[in-house]
Design a protein around this ligand. Structure first.
Ligand SMILES: [Zn+2]
Length: 78
């Protein structure tokens, strides 16, 4: 595996959730909302409310990947 010397590793991460727009059916990407929120569809512009995600689950996923660095391809470690 050729790892470019200048390649950088992630120092943070977020969970991206997809919510189906009730107006167009488009799957709208939303950074995991921890509170009920209103989002705007990036396809049709329609607004709709989304159910929040569980904060404990988000913390769990982030912990599993050490906040990002722990999730990199093993071939690139070292
Ligand atoms: Zn839409």
């Amino acid at each position: 595996m050729n790892r470019p010397k200048e390649a950088v590793t992630p120092v943070g991460m977020e969970l991206l959730m997809f919510y189906p727009c009730p107006h167009s059916g488009h799957k709208v990407p939303v950074l995991a909302p921890l509170q009920p929120a209103t989002v705007r569809c990036d396809l049709c512009g329609g607004q709709f409310s989304v159910v929040p995600v569980d904060a404990k689950s988000v913390r769990f996923f982030k912990a599993m990947m050490a906040g990002g660095p722990g999730g990199i391809d093993g071939d690139y470690i070292g």
